[in-house]
Design a protein around this ligand. Structure first.
Ligand SMILES: [Zn+2]
Length: 250
């Protein structure tokens, strides 16, 4: 039980780091240099106002200096990473290298999810680089047959590369191809197919809802990386169940 709590706290802290990293990526600022500042007024944030979730509650969601509302996204990301980390530990039941692998994946996919949702961009640092690291560790520790990983990566990247070539880069960007590669390394073959299918179904359903609510037109840009990141985590946890459920339908 104490471990679940510790993992939750680690998750919340990493979620807080993720928020800062996303903002600094957007603002083209270094993550290692410079103090925490309010993104609205630029005032320095004191350590006691920078405690994840708790400070947001104490400050009633407003910056101490400028009193402008702090985006709800900050505490949501912190709580989300905390809860998913605790859940992942609970699922593994112990501290292991495989647990760290899953937390590593969740951390980077959360970056992709949030960044693409808000800024419509998929960064290399959250796709290609983690994919290479994960591929190396997967080979060393034999988490997956290398054939499965290779086919997964080829299908994941190839699926988007094909669309990129056909549409001459109009439908999707290079970011999708790199994320497809990361997904393939995470899930392997045939789970990569499950994730791609989920992403398309979820993306279509949400687009239809948004269009019905008139918040969106067909031409609106879809944050596809967000759907892909979501589908990858879902498949990571429940890929087997989803696959046998789907096969049962046929
Ligand atoms: Zn402020």
């Amino acid at each position: 039980m104490i471990h679940i709590l510790i993992l939750f706290i680690i998750g919340v802290l990493l979620g807080s780091f993720l928020n800062a990293w996303i903002w600094r990526t957007r603002e083209k600022k270094s993550i290692v240099r410079g103090r925490s500042i309010c993104p609205l007024c630029g005032a320095s944030i004191m350590w006691f106002d920078n405690i994840p979730v708790i400070s947001f509650l104490i400050l009633a969601g407003k910056c101490r200096a400028c009193k402008k509302p702090i985006a709800l996204r900050y505490p949501i990301v912190e709580l989300f990473v905390g809860i998913v980390f605790a859940y992942t530990y609970w699922k593994h039941g112990m501290i292991s290298l495989e647990l760290i692998r899953d937390l590593f994946i969740i951390f980077f996919l959360t970056f992709v999810f949030v960044y693409d949702l808000f800024y419509k961009e998929i960064w290399d640092r959250a796709s290609t680089i983690p994919a290479i690291i994960l591929a190396l560790f997967t080979l060393i520790y034999g988490w997956m047959a290398w054939q499965s990983m290779l086919i997964g990566a080829l299908v994941g990247a190839g699926f988007f590369l094909l669309q990129f070539v056909i549409s001459k880069g109009k439908w999707i960007g290079g970011g999708d191809i790199r994320l497809g590669l990361f997904m393939g390394v995470i899930l392997g073959w045939p789970h990569i197919l499950v994730a791609l299918m989920i992403a398309y179904v979820v993306g279509a359903v949400i687009s239809i809802i948004l269009m019905a609510l008139k918040k969106k037109t067909l031409a609106s840009e879809t944050p596809f990386g967000t759907y892909l990141a979501f589908a990858t985590v879902l498949t990571m946890f429940w890929g087997e169940q989803i696959m046998s459920w789907y096969i049962g339908l046929l």
